[in-house]
Write a protein of this length. Sequence first.
Length: 52
Amino acid sequence: MWNGFDANASSVEISFVVNGLQAVTDIEIKDNGDGIALEEINSRFMEDREYF
């Protein structure tokens, strides 16, 4: 969530998906902050990662 505020978001929305047993199965966080260009995603998050 703090990532959204760091990216100048003025709005952060949190949604929960609940199954038939009333268990939370998904949590979605959306914000209107500055995004990352698609071309930059790999260089920001995937470089120097070790995969199993």
